[in-house]
Design a protein around this ligand. Structure first.
Ligand SMILES: Nc1ncnc2c1ncn2[C@@H]1O[C@H](COP(=O)(O)OP(=O)(O)OP(=O)(O)O)[C@@H](O)[C@H]1O
Ligand SMILES: [Mg+2]
Length: 298
């Protein structure tokens, strides 16, 4: 793995029971690269990114992420040690469709908790970091509110802050805007855009094709249990080379004529709105996911 590659998948196969969800998936993500993963429902996009921080196990192949090496369960290699798994999830932030802030904690405390408990930051350090992040997403004035007092979009922006508070080196986003009211989508995308400009390495599952074209360096099209096409975002989205990618793009973008993205904005709000954005995040990752073994990790 070259120094510049921070996440690398090699020949990854994932099954659920007897069903092979995808096979032979290989992919390299370089530092500061933004990779958008697109494809039809059920193609395995979420499963793929969940394998990267080990929310899902996989059967074959290897995933190397930030110096950690995770092998498929059938590869006959020892499993990742508990400490290493914890470290991996601290370094890879994850943001899901739905947010899951702690309802009994204020906005500030939601953002401060993981850095204090997992990274050992002092109260003062965690406070400073949280304020800086909330400022960035335009929510410092809501720092003492509880999640139920916030709009969905605001809650999601807090969730992003919570992910970023762990200072992850890589961020995984799983359709971060799909649960949002349309008027909130632009703010989320603006936040992600800003992270991209700041050089954050990101893997983003999205249906926002125009956004992918604008922000992603690379687009991966998953379909039929494999990577159907992968390449520079503009090329894949404007002039897909494979029939499978073309047919998918034609379906999601029926108003284009060649299977490519032209001037379509899937959300008219995505016009470069304010820097802010919601999401269900997981700071320093799955540490906070109900889907992860949260009890064990904290
Ligand atoms: N825990 C699970 N147990 C069994 N099957 C699962 C599980 N999670 C996902 N699957 C199946 O794996 C396949 C891939 O699911 P996944 O959620 O990764 O797809 P996706 O590409 O993210 O789809 P969408 O665009 O709808 O989110 C689907 O057929 C799904 O039903
Ligand atoms: Mg999904």
């Amino acid at each position: 793995m070259s120094n510049d590659v921070v996440v690398e998948l090699e020949g990854v196969r994932k099954c659920f029971g007897p069903r092979v969800i995808f096979d032979d998936v290989s992919l390299s993500v370089h530092r500061s690269e933004v990779v958008a993963v697109i494809g039809p429902s059920g193609a395995g996009k979420s499963t793929l990114i969940r394998c990267i921080n080990r929310l899902n196990t996989f059967e074959r192949g290897v995933i190397r992420a930030l110096g950690h090496e995770v092998y498929g369960t059938e590869e006959g290699k020892p499993a990742l040690k508990r400490d290493e798994l914890r470290e991996l999830r601290t370094e890879i932030g994850m943001v899901f469709q739905t947010f899951n802030l702690f309802p009994h904690l204020t906005v500030m405390k939601n953002v401060m908790l993981a850095p204090q408990r997992v990274k050992g930051l002092s109260e003062a350090q965690a406070t400073a970091r949280a304020l800086e992040l909330l400022e960035m997403v335009g929510l410092s004035h809501r720092k003492d509110a509880h999640p139920r007092q916030l709009s969905g979009g605001e809650q999601q922006r807090v969730a992003i802050c919570r992910a970023l508070a762990m200072e992850p080196k890589v961020m995984l986003f799983d359709e971060p805007t799909s649960m949002l009211d349309p008027e909130l989508v632009g703010d989320v995308l603006a936040t992600i855009r800003r992270l991209a400009l700041d050089g954050m390495t990101m893997i983003l599952v999205t249906h926002e094709m125009m956004f992918a074209k604008e922000v992603a360096n690379t687009v991966v099209v998953m379909a039929d249990g494999r990577i159907a096409e992968m390449g520079p975002a503009r090329q894949v989205l404007s002039a897909p080379k494979t029939e499978r990618a073309r047919s998918f793009l034609e379906r999601v973008l029926p108003h284009t004529d060649g299977g490519g993205v032209t001037d379509v904005r899937t959300h008219p709000q995505d016009q470069g709105g304010p820097i802010a954005g919601p999401i269900d995040s997981i700071g320093g990752s799955a540490l906070w996911s109900r889907e992860a073994d949260e009890e064990e990790l904290l």
